[in-house]
Design a protein around this ligand. Structure first.
Ligand SMILES: C[S@@+](CC[C@H](N)C(=O)[O-])C[C@H]1O[C@@H](n2cnc3c(N)ncnc32)[C@H](O)[C@@H]1O
Length: 251
C-alpha cells in the first residue's frame, strides 16, 4: 500500500525545480574541493540496472555518464516538474511515481539510489521495503541523508528572524543506519568531510527563501544580513556546518 508524498515535499517540489536548484547552489561554497555529487559519484556501487528514486533535477547523472558506464538507468520522482527536467538526462528512462509504491517488478534492479529523499517520507520503512522488493538478491542500496546538526548555523539564522527552524526528523544520519538494517545487510556509513564558507549574504538569503513557507520580509532579510556580517570569520566568510552521509547496504 502506498502513502501520499509528504505535504512538505509536495509544497517544495511538485510545481517547480527552483527551490532545489537554489539549495544545490549554496553547496558551491563548500571547503571540500570535491563537490557533493562528485564525491558521491565516486563511491556509488553502480552496475547493470540502476534506479534513482527522488532523482530531483538529475544533478548526479550530469557527473556519471550512464551510457559510458553501460548502465540501464531509470530516474524516478513524484514531481512532474522534476520529471520534466530528468527527461533531459541522456540515456535514462524516466518514471513519475511515489517511492512507497514503485511501479516496477520484484527483483528488477541491481542498484537502488535514493539521494536525500528518504527524509521526506512520513514512514521511511515503506520506502525501504519497496527498495528491497525491486532489488535483486545481492543488489546494492545507496541512500544519503543529513545529520541533525547539518547547516546548524542556517537554522540559527532562521530562528533569529522568527522563522521556524527546520528540524530534520525521520530518516537522518543518526537514525538512518538502523532503518536500513531492518531491511538490508552489510550496512556501511560514510560521512563526507567539509563545511561551507560563504563570502556574502545573498546565496544564504536565496537558500532561506527556498525553504520559507512565506518569503522573508525586508526587515528579516536585513536582520539576516547583519547576523552574517557579525558572524563572519576574519576572512569575511560565514561558516556553516555540513553533515551528510552515504549509507550503503546489500539486499
Ligand atoms: C532534496 S531533493 C533531492 C533530489 C536529488 N536526489 C538530489 O540529490 O539532488 C528530494 C527529491 O525527492 C522527491 N520526493 C520527495 N518525496 C517523494 C516521494 N514520496 N516519492 C518520490 N519522490 C519524492 C522530490 O520531488 C525531490 O526531487
Amino acid at each position: 500500500m502506498s502513502s501520499p508524498p509528504s505535504a512538505r515535499a509536495v509544497r517544495q517540489y511538485a510545481a517547480g525545480t527552483g527551490n532545489l536548484t537554489a539549495r544545490i547552489a549554496l553547496h558551491a561554497y563548500g571547503t571540500n574541493p570535491q563537490d557533493w555529487f562528485a564525491w558521491l559519484a565516486e563511491q556509488l556501487p553502480l552496475g547493470g540496472d540502476v534506479l534513482d528514486i527522488g532523482a530531483g533535477t538529475g544533478e548526479l547523472w550530469r557527473r556519471v555518464d550512464p551510457v559510458r558506464r553501460g548502465l540501464r538507468l531509470t530516474l524516478a520522482d513524484f514531481s512532474p516538474a522534476m520529471c520534466a527536467q530528468l527527461r533531459t538526462v541522456p540515456g535514462a528512462r524516466v518514471q513519475r511515481c511515489d517511492a512507497t509504491a514503485l511501479p516496477f517488478r520484484d527483483a528488477s534492479f541491481d542498484t537502488v539510489v535514493a539521494n536525500h529523499m528518504l527524509y521526506h517520507l512520513d514512514d521511511p520503512d515503506r520506502g525501504l521495503r519497496e527498495f528491497a522488493r525491486v532489488l535483486r538478491p545481492g543488489g546494492r542500496l545507496a541512500v544519503t541523508t543529513n545529520g541533525g546538526d547539518h547547516l546548524a548555523e542556517l537554522n540559527a539564522l532562521r530562528a533569529a528572524v522568527g522563522s521556524p527552524g527546520l528540524t530534520l526528523t525521520g530518516f537522518t544520519a543518526e537514525s538512518g543506519p538502523g532503518y536500513v538494517a531492518r531491511h538490508f545487510t552489510d550496512v556501511t556509513v560514510r560521512r563526507r568531510p567539509g563545511e561551507l564558507a560563504v563570502p556574502s549574504a545573498e546565496p544564504i538569503l536565496a537558500y532561506l527563501a527556498s525553504l520559507a513557507e512565506q518569503p522573508l520580509s525586508a526587515a528579516q532579510a536585513s536582520a539576516v544580513r547583519e547576523r552574517i556580517r557579525v558572524g563572519a570569520d576574519s576572512t569575511g566568510d560565514f561558516r556553516i556546518r555540513q553533515h551528510s552521509v552515504l549509507i550503503t547496504a546489500r539486499r
